[in-house]
Design a protein around this ligand. Structure first.
Ligand code: MEV
Length: 403
């Protein structure tokens, strides 16, 4: 039997026979994991932390974030609480759909105008074939076309309703490509696949009193840092990493595809011709104005979302009736909250003070020590404000000697 044909227990037994030490995992869990992925041998779990009060368009949310990085959850809470003191975030969204591409190779006698005339009928046939998507409020919305030499590029806009829609859009595109390939002037279908090109854009704005960020000087520093990120890609990319810290953690918690969002956001950051920061902060009339727009092709159903009980629990926290647009509006707000907290820290104490204090827990978790010893080490690290691995080891030795 091939490795992928074995049940997960047998795959693990094989690894164990080669000397790998795998922690116990019950067979019910393994069976669940096996339904979700391929060649499964284990499970990776992440802590879920909460943002306890994010107000978006007047609605208050509890936001689950799945990440191993405590400072990401702490930063999101810090930023969100400043937003809430100032009335919360205002978010607008454009959710016409996600893009798909069909590229065909045409013969010499190809006439674009004749070909284009077939599009309304093609949309109608496709929407009839995928009537369940139409029933959920989605469907093919638009086809645009351009030719480059003998290549015909079709861009298809599909509204995936409440799902992110990758599988559905790929099925739709393959169906459409089959129909188009029978045109006599079309030689071959080269490919038909969704594009992760930025779509489903959400834009968040906040207006913060300078007092709420620690005064005018701090607000000026934040605005200056933001300006630097807009012109210097070296800073811009790090600014954006801080935004994606928050974005990815909510995506993970809600079973969304972090890779597609990351790919689209990378391109979005270069949309003006040069890579730059995704957010902007300006000081005007004694108010700090923050803005961020992100392409967020997210879903609240579909993919593995419905099959994962851990993810479903997070939807209960967020509000089970949350729509994909509301989720995107929460995500972009969290991105801006993480960004504000990072800029605030950089503009004042520097990032390491808060970060290392929180990171101490991760360091302590790596010690070969019992729970009481770990607690004692953590207290000593906090007391001395010394958050290195070496310090943790030293405190552990001292604690054991003192016993
Ligand atoms: C660290 O994970 C993220 C930051 O570097 C973001 C930033 O510099 O804006 C703190």
């Amino acid at each position: 039997m091939k490795f992928y044909e074995l049940p997960p227990e047998k795959r693990r037994a094989l690894l164990a026979s080669q000397g790998l030490e795998l922690a116990d995992l019950d067979s019910a869990t393994l069976a669940k994991m096996d339904q979700l992925s391929e060649n499964v041998v284990g499970r990776l779990s992440l802590p879920v932390g909460l943002v306890t009060n994010l107000v978006v368009n007047g609605q208050s949310y509890l936001v689950p974030m799945a990440t191993e990085e405590p400072s990401v959850v702490a930063a999101a809470n810090h930023g969100a609480s400043i937003f809430t003191q100032n009335g919360g975030t205002k978010v607008t969204s454009e959710r016409q759909g996600i893009y798909g591409q069909i590229v065909l190779q045409a013969a010499d006698d190809f006439e674009l105008a004749d070909f284009e005339q077939s599009f309304p009928k093609l949309i109608e046939i496709t929407n009839r074939e995928f009537s369940s998507l139409v029933h959920h409020g989605g469907g093919v919305r638009q086809i645009t076309v351009r030719c480059e030499h003998e290549l015909v590029y079709l861009q298809v806009l599909v509204d995936p309703a409440q799902a992110m829609g990758a599988n559905k859009v790929n099925s739709i595109l393959e169906f459409m490509a089959e129909k188009l390939a029978i045109f006599p002037e079309i030689k071959t279908k080269l490919f038909a696949i969704l594009s992760n090109y930025p779509s489903q854009i959400s834009r968040v704005k906040v207006q913060l009193s300078v007092q709420s960020v620690g005064g005018k000087t701090v607000a000026q520093q934040i605005a200056l840092l933001s300006q630097i990120g807009e012109t210097d890609p070296m800073r811009g990319v790090t600014n954006n990493k801080g935004i994606m810290n928050g974005v990815d953690a909510v995506l993970q918690a809600t079973g969304n595809d972090t890779r597609s969002v990351e790919a689209a956001c990378g391109l979005w950051a270069s949309r003006h011709g040069q890579y730059c920061s995704l957010s902007s902060w300006r000081l005007e009339d004694d108010m700090l104005h923050g803005e961020l727009s992100l392409p967020l092709a997210l879903g609240t159903v579909g993919g593995s979302i419905n099959a994962r009980s851990d993810v479903q629990e997070n939807y209960q926290i967020l509000g089970s009736s949350i729509t994909s647009q509301q989720l995107a509006e929460v995500v972009v707000s969290i991105g801006l909250a993480n960004n504000l907290a990072a800029l605030l820290a950089i503009a004042t104490t520097g990032i390491q003070a808060g970060h290392m204090k929180l990171q101490a827990r991760n360091i302590v978790a790596t010690l070969s020590a019992n729970d009481t010893e770990k607690q004692q080490v953590l207290s000593l690290m906090k007391q001395d404000q010394n958050y290195t691995q070496a310090a943790a080891q030293k405190y552990l030795i001292e604690i054991r000697k003192a016993k």
